[in-house]
Design a protein around this ligand. Sequence first.
Ligand code: CAP
Ligand code: MG
Length: 428
Amino acid sequence: MTTEWYLDFVDTSHRPSSDELVALFRVEPAPGISMPEAVGRVASESSIGTWTKLTTMTPEKRRLMAKAFSIKKPWVKIAYPAELFEAGNMPQVLSSIAGNIFGMKAIKNLRLEDVSFPPALVESFPGPQFGISGIRKIFGVERPLTVSVPKPKVGMTSEEHAQAGYEAWSGGLDILKDDENLSSQTFNQFERRARLSFKMRDKAEKETGEKKSYLINVTAETKEMLRRARLVKSLGGEYVMVDILTTGWAAVQTLREECEQLGLAIHAHRAFHAAFTRNPKHGMSMRVVAKIARLQGVDQLHVGTVVGKLESPKEEVLALKEVLTSDKINGTAGTLPQDWRGIKQVFPVSSGGLHPGLVPQVIKLLGRDILIQIGGGIWGHPDGGRAGARALRQAIEATLDGIPLSEYAETHQELRRALETWGYIRPK
Ligand code: CAP
Ligand code: MG
């Protein structure tokens, strides 16, 4: 008599009901383990089972068993009864469908590729407060918004940081941004940086007549993040920036609630994602991270560049844009359907190794409803950050007017100097 019951979690006759959560996995069994045995383990361990039959099991509890209903090696779809999940509790959802299963000995590799969240679960999360239309209202322009991180990414004093902001805002930058690992170090404390930078922001706004803003990084212990968000509000800020993966989903949920009260938009940095999204055979896809971030209610999220320094394949970047901006996703052979139930869109951010010479390719790929973040490609400009910001605006103007950069550079020296420095290189 076998003590195992994994195969009870495999039912290819099952058709998921509309209220079930469906997960798409890439499953590679360990040597000597069949696909159904591997798949049964994934469905079991991520729902109610364990390695052996249980004397405590009753027929009534079987209703909570996940069912692997589609197996097309290596792709597997598993349906999970809605009752398994607590509404509004993203950590619990992930502890189920992205928990123990990655460590099972019977599985050589496992990747959570996509998740179709059912309507009741989607509606239990806030979604973005502003969305693309709300952010657009802040700035009142239809072109791509320009963002820059003062570089070196950490090391400036608060005074130097604020001055760098003033330079870039004066050169035409819309939004200054902290780097992902800048928080409140001794040489650049959060409160001092905030006070000085927002003062410079106001000065640059007055002098340029353009709306300017600042993505100040509040990443910290949760209660401290809320304190920092309230300070930003008191200084007239429009945003907070948060490293969503190193702070964790529970902290993001709490920050999102606070930002609803404060009326602050959230810029989501995804530092740490490549620790588990980059391996195509094992981990969790950036697609799933983007879906969770939209449900949690960030207003802006990094999606990659294709042409910059960080791994971001074209099909992935385009898929992320669809996840963040679609009303409904129909699903394909390799993706699941998703009804967003009317929650707002998330503004895609293209960043990482960009410079003015790459702007036309980014806009061609992602369109104008994006934010373009350029750090080194502004602060490495031979004539400084103000000229670098100007060169970025000029590259966007030329692209939107359909003028080749080389031609536009003949009458725009900041762009010319940027092209002389980097040309059209794709940094690695
Ligand atoms: C870019 C950046 C961003 C990356 C994050 C950096 O600076 O500030 O954090 O874009 O990657 O620290 O590398 P540069 P992603 O413009 O100087 O490259 O956007 O893929 O999440
Ligand atoms: Mg950075």
